[in-house]
Design a protein around this ligand. Structure first.
Ligand SMILES: Nc1ncnc2c1ncn2[C@@H]1O[C@H](COP(=O)(O)OP(=O)(O)OP(=O)(O)O)[C@@H](O)[C@H]1O
Length: 292
């Protein structure tokens, strides 16, 4: 039986100085071990929802909220962000906001959260070594965080969240500073973390990636969840375009190549599905060619 780790119940939020709500009656559940993707146009409320999941809303931001969010049974409005961070970690959209800037080296930056939790020194060193290898930042450990490139800061920011081993990782566009190969490496790591049992909530604009990784997708528009379901349910929805979201390119490619009704499933969402489908169709066509 799957257990619910995050329960968002009719949650609405308005930032203090804004007249419009940023989240409107959001209702969703995330089960333990699930990989959930949040998508939607700019300004649709994705980052606000991330901040609410980790308790920064309502504990740090000034505004007005309604409804309730529980994470692993804890009401985010009733416990401190520090207490919640033992269960749920956020990787910010802007990685420069993630670092404490009180540490002289990357190693100290990584030690920061562990120190706050009273992790013994030996254990701290071994965790830092392990995460540095995983994130390919071994060479940066003695560097000052202020000297890092955007991509390096992003890797350190992710490492500083992962090293705390939260049950849930919330990733708000966590590869924006990385090149395509770097992004792919990070996504492989995130996929493996999910396979090891960590629940992932990811905000992303890369639909190919969302289709590849997510178990469930939610589409936000003007602060409301307007569509939700499996990648197939969401990306095949005729309403999708209304919400300023396009399906993965593989969907359009396969839909254009394969005649409607020719196959039971005439579309693909991921690269591997597209290759398999096109190979199957080409193989059938070749076998149907008249013999010379
Ligand atoms: N700190 C803030 N103070 C006031 N208003 C904010 C703040 N952060 C976001 N907003 C407003 O809340 C709404 C939702 O913004 P949010 O950043 O959550 O959207 P988003 O979907 O994450 O956008 P993007 O894809 O551009 O990151 C927007 O109207 C935005 O202007």
């Amino acid at each position: 039986m799957t257990s619910t780790l995050i329960q968002v119940s009719h949650f609405s939020y308005r930032y203090n100085q804004e007249s419009e709500v940023a989240l409107k009656n959001v209702h969703l559940e995330v089960a333990a071990g699930e990989f959930v993707a949040m998508i939607g146009a700019n300004g649709s409320g994705k980052s606000t929802l991330c901040n609410a999941l980790v308790g920064l809303i309502p504990n740090y931001f000034v505004g007005y909220s309604e409804g309730r969010i529980t994470v692993d049974g804890k009401d985010t409005a009733s416990v401190s962000v520090g207490e919640l961070s033992q269960t749920i970690g956020l990787v910010f959209q802007n990685p420069f906001n993630q670092l404490s800037y009180t540490a002289d080296t990357v190693a100290e930056e990584l030690a920061y959260g562990l120190g706050n939790r009273g992790v013994p020194r030996d254990e701290m060193f071994s965790k830092i070594k392990k995460i540095a290898e995983l994130m390919q930042i071994d060479e940066l450990l003695d560097k000052n965080p202020l000297e890092l490139s955007g991509g390096q800061v992003q890797r350190v920011a992710l490492a500083s969240a992962i090293i705390l081993e939260p049950k849930i990782l919330v990733l708000d566009e966590c590869t924006t500073q990385l090149d395509p190969i770097g992004s792919e490496q990070i996504m492989d790591i995130i996929k493996k973390l999910n396979e090891s049992g960590i629940t992932i909530v990811m905000v992303d604009h890369d639909m190919e990636r969302v289709a590849e990784l997510a178990d469930k997708v939610y589409v936000l528009q003007h602060g409301s969840i307007v569509l939700g379901g499996t990648p197939e349910e969401v990306f095949c929805s005729p309403q999708l375009a209304e919400f300023s979201v396009s399906p993965p390119d593989y969907y359009e490619i396969t839909k254009n190549v394969i005649q409607p009704g020719y196959r039971e499933k005439d579309f693909a969402l991921t690269e591997s599905q597209a290759i398999a489908l096109l190979q199957e169709v080409l193989y059938e066509d070749r076998n149907q060619e008249p013999q010379a």
